[in-house]
Design a protein around this ligand. Structure first.
Ligand code: SF4
Length: 499
């Protein structure tokens, strides 16, 4: 499944030599969470200005492209603390450079920078109220609202201003906030998006180790940091020099009105399998999901005179679930074998589409190719993590058929996606979703051009996730059920919500 884009990946570090370089590597590991733009801001003392400053560098493009000049790190992004952000933006806002995060402002209590992963569900309401008071906006992003709320808070202490602001926003927000003396990590009370705390360096180092926070722990592995724990849903963790030296940090908790609802789609598709999110390895949960799919929708029984069916993953996001699926199908007595029948090109970027070409088909063809020797004359079971619009799935099925597959069966390692996400994922509208365009499975099958189509059940998905991660918290699965854990303004498009 490749039609959904995640909004963002965030990373922050405090008390580290060359903080910006660590952030750069962290963002590189989180590149899958956003490819439109990247940015880093650090906090340092400017001898000439005799005050603390927050230099930043941000631009559209991938991390490697935005930070391709080493002088940025040597002369500009100085300091021992900083935050970084990878962004994927919706179509309406993609070209607005002002929306590239982190946002940096200077207000009465000093410098402030912010990186946000998520979507505020009361953004419109807040924006209207600010507009009526004459507030001028520099961006079309909901994240800017948080900075206005902090700057306009009547509280005296900075941490109280931040807490005051956070009690007024609703929806999904994992944040890294950089002040002149702290790095503050925040997870909304529902805990929609993941955020973890890591440590870099020895505890007995003078000044203490460095501490970092990241959307996913694969960013810690990249810089050699160790995972400490998750930022708890509703937690506001203040990382400062005193905390690094003592290992004890101030932690505040935002009031919870709706229960915890961590995004189950992070496990299904978004997060990397080598990451730990919501307290459990994605690899482990995804394998369980694949195993459950084997119970809900096993491979077809092939006659004994036929070669055993081969099971192929739609790479890369379905690889792990497919491994679990094949293992369990075999355990259940079904003849089948795991094969690599689709190859993904990782270096596609933005491909030029010549006039007259089917744009989407060309995109799929430049991203995937088939291995004919594997697929020819075989019963093929394709496993994908989800179907959103269905167009990519249809093209892939066609390619597998063209490679000579005798039968093509499609298995989906999640339930039908029936409702958009309002908590930080970019889904198409409800009417554009594949599952909403057909009356039954048979019609879907026919349109995709497959011999059979079967989904993981909602119960199966939740059973798999809970059996792999027996944590204390609940999950959001609203895109499969339309049961939204935090009220949303239905019918409001992302563009409208952005401004
Ligand atoms: S609606 Fe779906 S994608 Fe959005 S937070 Fe809930 S589970 Fe995740």
């Amino acid at each position: 499944m490749r039609r959904i884009k995640e909004y963002c990946g965030i990373f922050g570090i405090f008390n580290a030599d060359n903080a910006a370089q660590h952030i750069y590597y962290g963002l590189h590991a989180l590149q899958h969470r956003g490819q439109e733009s990247a940015g880093i801001v650090t906090s340092t003392y400017d001898e000439r200005k005799k005050r603390r400053v927050m230099p930043y560098h941000k631009d559209q493009g991938l991390v490697l492209d935005v930070f391709n000049d080493p002088r940025i790190f040597e002369t500009k992004l100085l300091g021992r603390a900083g935050i970084g952000h990878n962004r994927y933006s919706t179509s309406g806002a993609a070209d607005n450079r002002a929306n590239i995060q982190p946002f940096v402002v200077h207000y009465r209590d000093g410098n402030l920078a912010l990186g946000h992963n998520g979507n505020l569900s009361n953004a419109r309401e807040l924006r209207n109220s600010f507009s009526q008071r004459g507030t001028l906006f520099l961006t079309t992003s909901d994240s800017e609202l948080i900075l206005h709320l902090i700057a306009q808070s009547a509280r005296r202490k900075q941490i109280d201003q931040i807490l005051d602001a956070l009690t007024q926003v609703e929806g999904a927000f994992s944040l890294v906030i950089l002040t002149d003396d702290s790095l503050i990590a925040v997870r909304d009370p529902n805990g929609f998006r993941p955020l973890a705390l890591g440590r870099l360096g020895d505890a007995d180092r003078p000044g203490g180790p460095a501490y970092c926070v990241a959307s996913e722990t694969c960013a810690f592995d990249m810089i050699g940091a160790e995972y400490v724990r998750d930022i708890e849903p509703g937690e506001v963790l203040v990382i400062n020099q005193k905390g690094c030296e003592t290992g004890r940090f101030e932690s505040y908790h935002l009031a919870r009105h709706h229960g915890v609802s961590q995004c189950v789609f992070e496990y299904v598709y978004f997060s990397r399998p080598d990451s730990k999110i919501f307290g459990e390895m994605v690899d482990k949960v995804r394998r369980k999901i694949g195993k459950q799919l084997a119970h809900d929708a096993p491979v077809p029984k092939a006659p004994m005179h036929e070669k055993q069916p081969i099971v192929i993953a739609v790479p890369d996001s379905s690889n792990t679930a497919t491994l679990g699926y094949v293992t369990e199908c075999r355990k259940l007595g079904y003849r089948c074998r795991y094969e690599i029948g689709l190859i993904r090109n990782h270096y596609v970027g933005r491909t030029f589409i010549s006039p007259g070409q089917n744009r989407r088909e060309q995109k799929v063809r430049s991203k995937f190719n088939t291995v004919e020797g594997v697929l020819k004359d075989r019963i093929v079971v394709m496993v994908d993590d989800s179907i959103v619009r269905g167009t990519t799935a249809k093209f892939l099925v066609n390619m597998v058929r063209e490679a000579g597959a005798k039968e093509v069966h499609f298995r989906v390692a999640s339930p039908p996606v029936i409702s958009p996400c309002f908590y930080g994922m970019d889904f198409p509208s409800a009417k554009e979703l594949f599952a909403n365009q057909f009356d039954d499975l048979e019609a879907m099958q026919k349109w995709l051009g497959v011999d059979s189509l079967a989904y993981l059940s909602e119960e199966g998905l939740m059973r798999a996730v809970r059996s792999a991660n027996d944590g204390p918290h609940g999950y959001c699965n609203a895109c499969f059920t339309a049961k939204y854990p935090v009220p949303v303004e239905m019918g409001v498009t992302k563009e409208e919500n952005e401004w």
